[in-house]
Design a protein around this ligand. Sequence first.
Ligand code: PRX
Length: 661
Amino acid sequence: MSAIESVLVENRVFAPSPATVKAARISGMAAYDALCAQANNDFEGFWARLARDHVVWSKPFTRTLDESNAPFYKWFDDGELNASANCLDKHMGTPVENKTAVIFESDDGTVTKTSYRELLTRVSQFANALKAHGVKKGDRVLIYMPMTLEGVIAMQACARLGATHSVVFGGFSAKALQERIIDAGAVAVITANYQMRGGKELPLKAVVDEGLGMGGCESIKTVFVYQRTSTACNMVAGRDKTFTQALAGQSNECAPVAVGAEHPLFVLYTSGSTGKPKGVQHSTGGYLLWAKLTMEWTFDLQNTDVFWCTADIGWVTGHTYVAYGPLAAGATQIIYEGVPTFPNAGRFWQMIERHQCSIFYTAPTAIRSLIKLAEGDSKVHPDRYNLDSLRILGSVGEPINPEAWMWYYKNVGHERCPIVDTFWQTETGGHMINPLPGATPLVPGSCTLPLPGIMAAIVDEAGHDVPNGVGGLLVVKRPWPSMIRTIWNDSDRFKKSYFPEEMGGTIYLAGDGAVRSADRGYFRITGRIDDVLNVSGHRLGTMEIESALVSHTALVAEAAVVGRPDDLTGEAVCAFVVLKGARPTGDAAKAMAKELRDWVAKEIGPIAKPKDIRFAENLPKTRSGKIMRRLLRSIASGDTATQDTSTLENPAILEQLGQTW
Ligand code: PRX
C-alpha cells in the first residue's frame, strides 16, 4: 500500500480575500463550522431541512433516512418528485424563465443560446417523442451522444418520464455498448449519426449498429438518431427514427411524471476491481438535492455567474455538473462540444473570454496538457486572453499536483480566484471533500475538508481512525443523500465493494488512500488502493484491460496490467503480455504491440489502449502462482532497486519485462 504511505509537506497557504469571504454564500470558516455542527448535532434534521429548502416535492417526505436495511440506505423515501421539473418547470414564472440556461459552442465555434423556457419546451417535446415510442416510467434508456445540448435534452427527457438513463461515453466501443445495453435491459438507444471532435467527424450510429448486431440486445425497440452532421448514416426501417421524424407533431407540453425519491434516476457504468464494469445506480431525490446544493456551496453560485464544467455527459461530472446541478440551481452554463486543443490550445481561454465565464471547472489532465502547450507557444498562453470574468476555478477527477495547481492559480486565476479541488466519485453522486471558496484557506494539492454532513474519515484496515499525518483508507462513516444505492443487478457486489464486513458492513469504503495534514487536518488523496487506474481522469480497471487482452485467444496466453505514473496523464496503462507463440522482438514486437492496442480499443475503447506493451516469456509469480503485481508496478515505473525478487522463479525475465514496445 505504498500509495497511502507518502506524506506531502506543503507549506503554502492561500486564504480567500476579505472581499471574497464577504460576498460568499458560506462566508468564512465560522459559517462552515456552524453547518458542520448542525449536521453533527442533528444529522437527520440537517438533511431534512436542506431537502425541504432545495427540492420541489410533488409529495412531501415524512421520513428522512431509513437505515433499517443498511447499507441499502433510503433517503426521503416516501416523498415524490420529478428531476426534470426541479431543473426546468420550477423556474417558470420566475426571473430565471427567460434567462439563458445553456450557451452551446460547437466544435467549429458556432454559438447558440437557449433560455430555460426554450429548454423546457425542447425537453417536453422530446419526452413526448419517447413516450410515443413506448418509453415509460421504470424503463432504461441508453444514451450514446456527442457533448451537445441534445445530449442533455435526452437525459432530461428520460427523467421527465421517470425512465432511467444510462449514458455511455462516446469513446467506448461497440462491445462496451452492447454489454451495457444487456446489463441494463435498455428499451431504446438515443444516439447521433456522428460526433464532431477537433474538426473530425466520428461515427456514433455505426458503433450502435455494430453493438446491437453483436446479439443479446433484443430489448431495444427504438434507436433515436440526432443528425449532428449532414452525412448520411445507416437507418434500420421500423427500428430507427431520426430526431426530426420522432419529434414531428409532438406537443411541446409534457407533464412531468412524479416518482418516489428512491426511484433510479440513472445508472452509470464505471470500472471496478474486476473485469466487469459496474452499473452505479443513483436515486432521484437525494441525488438532485446534492447536485443543486453543491453548485451553491462548492462554487458559491450567484445569479450572474456563467458556469462552465468541461466534462462530457458520459462521465459522472457531466451528469451532476452539466445535466442536473446547474439547471436545478438556475445557472447559465456553457456546454462545449469539442476538445481543448482545437483549433489550438488557446480554445478554453478564448471561450472564457468570449462567454465571460466566471466559474471554470476542469480536470488536472487538461490543465497539465495546456500548461505544456502554453509554455511552448506564447500564442496559446492564457496571458493572451482577458480572463477577468473568472472568479472561481475548480479541479476534478484526479489528484492535482502542486505545480499544476500553482500554474492554474497564477496564470488562469491571476492569484485572485480560489481553486476548489473537489474529491468525489461516480459512486458519491456529487462533491465530498473540497474547499468552500469564501471560507477555506487553500493548500495546493489538498482537497482540504469534507462538506458539511459528509462524515469522511481515514482509518486503518480494521476500521479504526488513524491520527493526522498517518496514511490510511478513506471512508465515509454515515450515509449521505446522493450516495450510490446499489450496483444494478448485483446487490452482493455492492455490499462487498463498498461496505466491508471487517468494518461492520455500514461504513462506505471509497477505494482511495488518503492522509490528513498534521497541522490543519486537511485531506490529501494519495490514489486508489485497488486495481483501478486513473488515466487522464478516466477511470479504468486493470482487470478489464487484462480480460480484453486475453480475449484475443489466438495470440495472447497471459496478460497483467498495471499503472505507472505519467507526467501528463497522471497514470498510464502498462501491459505485460505472454504470447502463445515465441516472444517477439524488433519490428515484429512493434507490429504485435500495435495489434494488441487496436484490439483493446475495439474491446473497450481507445481510452483504454495500453501506453506500454511489454512481451515476456512468462510473468513473475510467487511459488503459489500469484502474479507479483507489486513487482510489475515497480518495473513499469522503472524502479526495481527496492524490490525483493528472491521469491521469483525466473529472475532472468526481469530484463525482458523492462523492454517497452
Ligand atoms: O481516485 C479518486 C479520483 O477519481 C476517482 C473517482 O473516479 P470517477 O468515479 O471516474 O469520478 C471522477 C469524477 C468525480 C476517485 O476514487 N479523484 C477524483 N477526484 C479527485 C480524485 N483524486 C484526487 N483528488 C481529486 N480531487
